[in-house]
Design a protein around this ligand. Structure first.
Ligand code: HEC
Length: 149
């Protein structure tokens, strides 16, 4: 309350102390509930400021960022699902599987999803050790990005 002193003392003179105290408590309560209230919801329809699209970045910059994300995702998928047999470094032969760096999307789809090879492809190994990992269907683009970065 930023009432000037003279007005404050004037009120005090004719208001019983208890009423004054009650008013003070009430105004405090209101002030508190006001400050504790969550920030006002943005008006309906208008997206919150944080959801605004980033200022238009140069096209190549945006593409780089999403490619980086894809490669990072591919690396995680590879390390988790493939490195047990292939090398952690995909350009080197692994304990069971050959080097797979540079594998095309077509080869990865055939090998990982269907346990086959693209038509006319000459496999690096004629063993039949690797099994299909069809649950990685959504991750083939990421794996391709990682193995061809
Ligand atoms: C159980 C071990 C094992 C796992 C797990 C495995 N591979 Fe293989 N992979 C092999 C072996 C062994 C070969 C050689 C052919 C064969 O025996 O099936 C191979 C072959 C390949 C080939 C063909 C290479 C070529 O050019 O002939 C690709 C591509 C490949 N793996 C990718 C992957 C990817 C990607 C993953 C993970 C999503 C993966 N593999 C998981 C063992 C494995």
């Amino acid at each position: 309350m930023n009432l000037p002193d003279d007005r404050l003392s004037g009120w005090n003179r004719w208001l019983p102390g208890s009423v004054w105290a009650a008013a003070a408590v009430l105004s405090l309560a209101f002030a508190c509930s006001d400050s504790n209230r969550p920030a006002p919801a943005p008006s309906q329809g208008a997206p919150p400021a944080t959801a605004e699209p980033a200022p238009p970045a140069p096209a190549s910059g945006a593409a780089d960022a999403s490619k980086e994300k894809l490669v990072a995702r591919g690396r995680a998928v590879y390390v988790t699902n493939c490195a047990v047999c292939h090398n952690v470094d995909p350009s080197v032969d692994g304990s069971l599987g050959p080097a797979v760096a540079g594998s095309s999307l077509e080869l990865l789809e055939a090998r990982v999803l269907r346990n086959t090879y693209p038509e006319g492809y000459t496999p690096k190994r004629d063993s039949r050790v690797m099994m299909a990992l069809p649950y990685l269907k959504e991750d083939i683009p990421a794996l391709t990005a990682y193995l061809n970065q």
